[in-house]
Design a protein around this ligand. Structure first.
Ligand SMILES: *[C@@H]1O[C@H](CO)[C@@H](O)[C@H](O)[C@H]1NC(C)=O
Ligand SMILES: *[C@@H]1O[C@H](CO)[C@@H](O)[C@H](O)[C@H]1NC(C)=O
Ligand SMILES: *[C@@H]1O[C@H](CO)[C@@H](O)[C@H](O)[C@H]1NC(C)=O
Ligand SMILES: *[C@@H]1O[C@H](CO)[C@@H](O)[C@H](O)[C@H]1NC(C)=O
Length: 510
C-alpha cells in the first residue's frame, strides 16, 4: 500500500497540484529546466495580469496557495464493481460478487447537516405506537410499490404503474444505498408513492374513532399531510426528459454558470417550464412581458414533447444560468426543478410554496432566496425583487451564491445517501415485527434492473451506479428538533418574509 501511494507523487501531472511540486520537484530533472519553468510561469502570470487582470482564472491562485496534499494517507484498496450483464438472451441473475460488508477507514464520522433533523420530525407520528404490519398493509391503496430489505437484499412488490419511470429510478437509488453501505441498512418493510399529490391526509386520521395513519414514503408533503419525505428519482436521472443524474447535472450547471458572470447576465427574472400542471402556473404566465406591462420577468413555455423531438436543445438546464434572477414556482405540488434553479448562482425568487421536500425546510429567506407572495401579488413582488436586486447587486449576488452553495453542500450525493440511510434506519427502528419477503415480491439488484434497460435509461443507471462500498461511515445524526426549535425556525422565516413584503408594499405605494 505505502509503495503504491508513494508512486503517486511523481505520477500527478504538474498542473494538478502545483503547490506540491513547484518550483523544484515536479519538473526538476535538471537545474536549467527548473529555472526555465519558473521563469515561464511567472512571465505568464505577469502578462496575464497586464493584459486583463480581471479575467484571470482564479483557480490558478488557489493552486498556488493550496496546502500540499498528503498522499501517504492510507486507503483500503478500492475494488470497483461495474455493471456486469450476462449474455443477451440468458436470464439476468444477481451476482454474488459484490461485498456484503464494508470497512470504514475511520471509526467515527462527522455530524450530518441540520436538515437531517427533520427525519425524526417526519416519523414523530409513529414514535409512541411503533409501526405494525397491519399499519403497513393499510398503506397499500396509496402505494405504487412495496420495498422490503432482508439481510441486505432488496425485494419489490409492484402494485401499479407509476408515472414514467419514477418508481424504477427510486428503487435504483435505494439499491445504490445498499451498495454504498453494504450490511448497514437494516431489515425494513415500506410502502412508496411516486405521484405528485400527497396521500396520507391528516384530516382522515382524526377524531375519536380514527385509525392510526399508515406510514407511506413519498417525495413531498405539506402541513396537511403525513407523507414521509424521501429524495426523488431525479438524483439518479430523469431519462424521459434528458435530465442527467444529479452529480453529472450539477457539474454541467456549474460549468454553464461560469460562462456568464453575474453582472453580465440579463437583468430580469427567468423561468422556463410547463405551465399546464397547475392553475397557479397558468396565472403566473400573466406576469410575462406584454404590450401593457413589464414586470421584469421573462417566462418561457416548455413543451416537453416538442423538445424531445428536437433533442432537448432548448431545454438544457446547464444553459439556463443566463439571467440574474431565476424563479421557482411549484407545479402540481413540489417541483424537482428547485435544485436546478437554485444551483445557478443567480438569485432565486421563490413563489411561496405550499409543499416541502426533504431539504427545503432548511432554506432561509434573504439568505438563500428571495420570497415572493403567491396569487395576486406575484407580479408586483417579482418586479420589486428585480428592481431591488439591480439596485443592490452585491447583496443580490450574495443571496444567489448562498443559494447555490446550499444546494451544492446539502445535496452532495454523499449527503443524499446519508439522508436516505438515516431516514430508513430511523424508520426501521419503529417496526414492531421482523420483516419477511412478501410472497409476490421479486428480488432486485443492479443487474436485474439495469441490464435490460436501453439507451439513456441504461446510460443514466451506469453513470449513477455506486461501484464500490464507501470508505466512510454515514454521518452521525444530530439530535432531534425540540418543538421550540421548530417554532423559532418558522417564526424567523415568517418575520423575514413579512419584512420583504412590507418593503414591496412600500415600493408600490410610492
Ligand atoms: C501524512 O499522513 C500520515 C497518516 O495520516 C502521517 O503519518 C504523515 O506524517 C503525514 N505526512 C505528512 C508529510 O504530513
Ligand atoms: C462478470 O460475471 C461473471 C460471472 O457471472 C464473471 O465470471 C466475470 O468475471 C465477470 N466479469 C467482470 C468484468 O467482472
Ligand atoms: C365512534 O364509534 C362509536 C361506537 O361505534 C359510535 O357510537 C360513534 O358515533 C363514533 N364516533 C364518530 C365520531 O364516528
Ligand atoms: C414571454 O415573453 C417573451 C418576450 O416577449 C416571449 O418571447 C415568450 O414567448 C413569452 N412567453 C410565453 C409563455 O408566452
Amino acid at each position: 500500500m505505502a509503495e503504491h501511494s508513494k508512486g503517486f507523487r511523481g505520477f500527478w501531472p504538474c498542473g494538478y497540484q502545483i503547490s506540491a511540486c513547484f518550483p523544484n520537484v515536479c519538473l526538476g530533472r535538471s537545474k536549467g529546466l527548473k529555472s526555465a519553468t519558473a521563469f515561464i510561469f511567472f512571465t505568464f502570470i505577469l502578462i496575464a495580469a497586464l493584459v486583463n487582470w480581471t479575467d484571470i482564472d482564479y483557480s490558478i491562485f488557489e493552486m498556488i496557495s493550496a496546502p500540499p496534499r498528503n498522499n501517504t494517507k492510507k486507503h483500503h484498496e478500492r475494488i470497483v464493481f461495474p455493471l456486469n450483464c450476462s449474455e443477451p438472451g440468458s436470464p439476468q441473475k444477481c451476482l454474488e460478487t459484490y461485498p456484503t460488508s464494508f470497512e470504514p477507514d475511520e471509526p467515527s464520522s462527522k455530524t450530518c447537516p441540520d436538515y437531517f433533523r427533520w427525519i425524526q420530525e417526519d416519523l414523530k407520528q409513529w414514535k409512541s405506537s411503533g409501526v405494525t404490519q397491519e399499519m403497513i398493509e393499510r398503506g397499500k391503496p396509496f402505494a405504487d410499490f412495496r420495498l422490503v430489505v432482508v439481510e441486505g437484499k432488496a425485494y419489490v412488490e409492484k402494485y401499479r404503474k407509476a408515472y414514467q419511470t419514477r418508481d424504477i429510478f427510486t428503487i435504483w437509488g435505494i439499491l445504490q444505498l445498499l451498495r454504498l453501505y453494504p450490511g448497514k441498512v437494516p431489515d425494513l418493510d415500506l410502502m412508496f408513492n411516486c405521484g405528485d399529490q400527497t396521500v396520507i391526509l391528516k384530516r382522515n386520521y382524526q377524531g375519536p374513532n380514527a385509525t392510526s395513519p399508515p406510514p407511506v414514503f413519498h417525495y413531498c408533503a405539506d402541513k396537511d399531510s403525513l407523507d414521509i419525505v424521501f429524495p426523488d428519482w431525479t438524483f439518479w436521472g430523469w431519462a424521459e426528459v434528458n435530465i442527467m443524474p444529479w452529480d453529472n447535472m450539477l457539474s454541467a450547471i456549474k460549468k454553464g454558470m461560469q460562462r456568464t458572470k453575474w453582472e453580465n447576465r440579463v437583468p430580469y427574472a427567468y423561468w422556463r417550464g410547463n405551465p399546464y400542471v397547475s392553475v397557479e402556473r397558468v396565472e403566473f404566465l400573466k406576469c410575462n412581458l406584454s404590450n401593457n406591462h413589464d414586470w421584469n420577468v421573462r417566462l418561457y413555455r416548455q413543451d416537453w414533447s416538442k423538445e424531445s423531438k428536437k433533442g432537448f436543445k432548448n431545454s438544457k438546464l446547464e444553459n439556463q444560468c443566463t439571467h440574474r434572477y431565476k424563479i421557482y414556482i411549484e407545479g402540481n405540488t413540489w417541483s424537482v426543478s428547485e435544485k436546478y434553479i437554485l444551483a445557478c448562482d443567480s438569485m432565486t425568487l421563490v413563489v411561496k410554496p405550499k409543499y416541502y421536500d426533504f431539504f427545503s425546510r432548511s432554506m432561509v429567506p434573504l439568505q438563500h432566496y428571495w420570497p415572493i407572495r403567491s396569487k395576486i401579488s406575484t407580479c408586483r413582488d417579482l418586479k420589486f425583487a428585480v428592481e431591488w436586486g439591480n439596485n443592490h447587486p452585491k447583496k443580490a449576488r450574495a443571496i444567489g451564491k448562498e443559494g447555490s452553495k446550499l444546494i451544492e453542500e446539502f445535496l452532495a450525493m454523499e449527503n443524499v445517501y446519508d439522508y436516505m440511510f438515516h431516514s430508513l434506519n430511523e424508520y426501521a427502528k419503529l417496526l414492531k415485527y421482523k420483516p419477511t419477503i412478501p410472497p409476490n415480491a421479486k428480488m432486485v439488484c443492479a443487474e436485474t434492473m439495469a441490464c435490460s434497460e436501453q439507451g439513456l435509461f441504461k446510460k443514466f443507471m451506469e453513470q449513477s451506479m455506486v461501484k464500490s462500498p464507501s470508505h466512510k461511515l454515514p454521518c452521525s445524526l444530530p439530535p432531534q428538533y425540540e418543538p421550540h426549535h421548530i417554532q423559532s425556525l418558522l417564526a424567523t422565516n415568517e418575520d423575514i418574509t413579512r419584512q420583504v413584503e412590507t418593503w414591496g408594499d412600500e415600493y408600490w405605494r410610492q
